[in-house]
Design a protein around this ligand. Structure first.
Ligand code: SF4
Ligand code: SF4
Length: 158
């Protein structure tokens, strides 16, 4: 059986710890929230982000350098013609394998492939995350509604 003194001490400790906790928690009610309502709100992506590629298909000369250097062999290229007359028919990146290492951007003689800021590629099947950047008929739509145009593939968010 607790004495009155012990009971009062317990009540005091309970109140004290509750108010200590509230003194930390309550100020957060008046601060700007850290959370974002994704995907309606998207975070600011640093320019150094290695997300899905930006690819300028008209500059590509189908030299295969990017595919050769890729450590996981996830770039597949097909083109009609060669050099500056090359017309890309397939520039496919398999994002089930891609490491986002950016090695493919290094040897490109025309600097037409870069790492972009988009990070939210999703799909129900593996095939849905294999992107053909040269596919004019089926541009992909991402969560922000942006499509992949054929001429210049740029995912940069405004
Ligand atoms: S980022 Fe790396 S893994 Fe992905 S396609 Fe380029 S070289 Fe390959
Ligand atoms: S290295 Fe550049 S120019 Fe050559 S195939 Fe790759 S993206 Fe095209």
């Amino acid at each position: 059986m607790l004495s009155f003194r012990q009971w009062a001490g317990n009540v005091w400790n309970g109140l004290k710890t509750t108010f200590t906790g509230l003194s930390i928690t309550v100020p957060y009610i008046f601060r700007k929230p850290y959370t974002l309502q994704y995907p309606e709100e998207v975070p600011e992506i640093p320019t150094t982000e290695r997300g899905l590629h930006n690819f300028e298909v008209d500059l590509c000369i189908a030299c295969d350098q990017c595919a050769k250097i890729c450590p996981v062999d996830c770039i597949a290229i097909e083109a009609e013609g060669k050099g500056k007359f090359a017309r890309m028919t397939k520039f496919e990146i398999d994002y089930t394998k891609c490491l986002f290492c950016a090695l493919c951007c290094e040897p490109c003689p025309t600097e037409c492939i870069h790492m972009g800021p988009t990070f939210d590629l999703v799909g129900y099947t593996r095939e849905e995350v294999i992107i053909n950047y040269a596919d004019r008929e089926n541009p992909r739509t991402f969560s922000d509604g942006e499509k992949l145009p054929y001429e210049i593939v740029s995912f940069a968010r405004k």
